[in-house]
Design a protein around this ligand. Structure first.
Ligand code: CP3
Length: 369
């Protein structure tokens, strides 16, 4: 599919307006607090939306990710429906690996599966012999999809993303999804040299994928280290953090760093201030996270995805509590603690956006702080 006439922007840029760089999301990521937090949802695009399921009939996930018009349309769907304060680019953490020529498919209901798991020294040699520059060259459909999307979004910012080296390695070394990521964690200690070569290569590949998105107009980036919670602090520092820094190095747009089960890693996930914002899952109250992260980090989170299925009064109280606790941080971006479960009723997400957009925290406490 190719692009046709540019769509009317969802939120047209007014003459003289500063565009998405001045959006509530970007301001919060940079540390400016407003009367309400901006809100978006991880996995807001996808199976919770009937319009997505309709578009996806008969297509394969990774083919869709490389079709600029389809990827762009799917990115826009939740923005139109829910009125969220940001879009997240519709793609997947394994897309840059596919662009590098790695044989990977996404099995529905399971996740990424690799034809050739990377376990031996020879496997690592073979993979890392691929020049990460190949990803930049093959990323033309990604740049095109981002251009189409940002043109259609107007003032609403687009978040670009990539998988962190550990989370990618957790799939690649195992060959598919795993619970404890034992093989990747074993490689770090059994063969640190191979591990560092693998993670270093993955960092460059993710960096190239993020660069394709920011070059084409993404206003922020998020690094997903979803499975970092399985690591000890010592292993995180020795084997992971240096590589995640490479993935996030050099961007001028705000950087978000996210993981699940990472209460013990939150301070390290700031990457010494390289991350402007750290994502927090539902297990850690945001005021506790803010105390750990300090005065120069924004927090993002942390609605429990399980509560999306609870009666509205229960969910509303949960969301209001999170917004209150988020005030302990320099700024807060409301989100889930992990992705939207596929069976979620999408009208519940719209209702959360409406609730948050109706809040005025200054009025609620009788004046500005
Ligand atoms: O957040 C968004 O709306 C943007 C889209 C997005 C997808 N994957 C689309 C997708 C993002 C940000 C991702 C990142 C991703 N992919 C992560 C990190 C985030 C997280 O959830 O922790 C991980 C671990 C993956 C790997 C992956 N890809 C898994 C585990 C799955 C689910 C497999 C399944 O069917 O349950 C995928 C496939 C995938 N990625 C889907 C979507 C919408 C489902 C594919 C489909 O609709 O058939």
């Amino acid at each position: 599919m190719t692009s046709s006439a540019p769509a009317t922007p969802l939120t047209p840029t007014a003459a003289g307006a500063a565009g998405p760089a001045a959006s509530a999301l970007v301001r919060a990521l940079r540390g400016e607090r407003d009367v309400r937090p901006p809100v978006w949802f991880m996995r807001q695009a996808g199976r919770s939306l009937p319009e997505y399921r309709e578009l996806r009939v008969g297509t394969r996930m990774l083919d869709v990710c490389l079709d600029p018009a389809l990827a762009s349309e799917i990115t826009l769907q939740p923005v139109r429906r829910h009125g969220v304060d940001a879009a997240i680019f519709f793609s997947d953490i394994v897309v840059p690996l596919r662009l590098a020529g790695v044989d990977v498919v996404i099995e529905p209901g399971r996740g990424p599966v690799f034809a050739n798991p990377v376990r031996s020294v020879a496997d690592v040699d073979r993979l890392t012999a691929i020049d990460p520059e190949v990803v930049a060259e093959a990323a033309a459909p990604i740049r095109e999809a981002v251009r189409l999307t940002t043109a259609a979004l107007g003032d609403t910012p687009l978040i670009g993303f990539a998988g962190a080296p550990f989370t990618l390695a957790a799939y690649l070394v195992e060959g598919g999804p795993s619970k404890e990521h034992l093989r990747a964690r074993a490689m770090m200690h059994a063969d640190p040299d191979s591990w560092h070569r693998l993670a270093g290569w993955l960092a460059q590949v993710s960096h190239a994928f993020l660069t394709a998105q920011t070059d084409a107009g993404a206003s922020a980036v998020q690094l997903f280290d979803s499975w970092a919670g399985s690591l000890s602090v010592a292993d995180y520092r020795a084997f992971i953090a240096p590589h995640s820094r490479v993935a996030l190095d050099g961007f001028t747009v705000p950087r978000i760093h996210f993981g699940v089960g990472t209460a013990h890693l939150l301070a390290d996930m700031r990457l010494d201030g390289m991350a402007d914002t750290v994502g927090v899952d539902w297990r850690t109250p945001l005021d506790e996270a803010a105390a750990i992260l300090g005065a120069d980090t924004t927090v993002q989170g942390n609605i429990d995805p399980a509560l999306l299925a609870a009666p509205w009064p229960v969910l509303e109280a949960h969301v209001r509590g999170i917004v209150q606790r988020g005030r302990a941080a320099r700024a807060h971006v409301l989100n889930l603690g992990h992705g939207v479960p596929p069976e979620t009723d999408p009208t519940v997400l719209t209702r959360i956006v409406e609730l948050v957009h109706g809040l005025d925290l200054d009025a609620a406490v009788g004046g500005a702080e």
